[in-house]
Design a protein. Structure first.
Length: 98
């Protein structure tokens, strides 16, 4: 049996309207939308799980890619070497330093 915890979430009027509209569009109950969308998203937020895709390359790989590009490697050559698209290489080389 799955270990479940009760999560308390305050739903504002605006959120209630949003979930009601969403439930109507999906042809399911509002409670199901809240239980399957809102609560899991809140639990992930509280536990520190970040939404979105994980990075394809580590910061070290990105640094190596930028260094090789600065040394004269072409973007196409880097894409072949790192087994990714030219667009991905372009994005990594041109992204701002965090």
């Amino acid at each position: 049996m799955k270990n479940t915890k009760r999560v308390s979430v305050t739903i504002t009027t605006e959120m209630d309207e949003y979930f009601t509209d969403l439930a109507e569009k999906l042809s399911i109950s509002k409670d199901k939308v809240i239980g399957q969308i809102l609560i899991p998203a809140y639990e992930k937020h509280v536990s520190g799980i970040k939404p979105g895709r994980k990075d394809l390359f580590s910061n070290e790989d990105k640094h190596i890619m930028k260094s090789l590009y600065a040394d004269g490697f072409s973007m196409r050559g880097l894409a072949k070497k790192f087994n990714c698209s030219v667009g991905t290489v372009h994005k990594i080389i041109n992204e701002h330093i965090e």
